[in-house]
Design a protein around this ligand. Sequence first.
Ligand code: UTP
Length: 291
Amino acid sequence: MKRIRKAVIPAAGLGTRVLPATKSMPKEMLPIVDKPAIQYIVEEAAASGIEEILIITNRGKGLLEDHFDRAPELEERLRGDPEKASVLEEVVKISRLADIFYVRQKETRGLGHAISCAKAFVGDEPFAVLYGDDVILGEDPVCAQLIRAYEEFGLGTVGVKEVSREAIRKYSSLKLEPLRDNLFHCTDMIEKPKVGQEFSLYSILGRCVLPPEIFDILEATLPGAGGEIQLTDAMRTLAAEKGMIAVDFFGKRYDMGNKLGIMQASVETALRHPEIGEEFRAYLKQLSKTL
Ligand code: UTP
């Protein structure tokens, strides 16, 4: 089987839940303390052995491209200040994480449609998908956890977590049978289930590894929930025809597509931050007394 070395990051949603911040800037560029969300995601892909990444964009493409590019003027300024040596290293490192390509999704027709824009980039290899607004932090990169499952079983693989009965309406619901440990066999799924339609409370959150056959399936996939071409509907066909593997992944997921998720990511990351962690903890303890 071909080694998985390509990843696609869809980042062309409208981000309507985080307006007005996302009026001209993609939500994927929102910072968690001092790093934009998408950098955490590119770092996760690189740490999982991914060499080439395609970012699907629409507006704010320039911002994204600039972030992963060299910045000669800024670097020159930092180079002149010995105290900024580590920041300089940080800044240069970003441009070396992976080979990054960009394509525009010309109309916002859904996640499935966004992924179909990656067909030429992917070719006939299996590939990873990392949703641009789902930051997952942990010791073992989730993308690598999924790649290992794909390589073991040779089947499309999705990252899943159990969510609440209220939350499942916004996500997907999967029909699963236990395989071993945190692995399941998946034979069916539904996007944004209505009451009574759910198979389980397991939902796909942010990561999958797919075979190239998904592109033919996507071409035949009609608009689904919300009038959008849903990746879940295409994966449903894959699950029904061949089966898929679901990995109840290890890692803490933050939804950068909603305001509460952004605040949780920021607060928890700030508490662990080597530079401001201690001071922030003291501030938060003080503040909590007034709540
Ligand atoms: P979401 O459904 O969370 O994105 O898609 P959205 O459209 O920005 O959400 P609202 O407007 O706040 O409800 C999940 C991922 O798929 C990408 C998004 O950028 C996000 O990373 N996406 C979604 C696309 O790339 N294209 C689309 O047409 C839709």
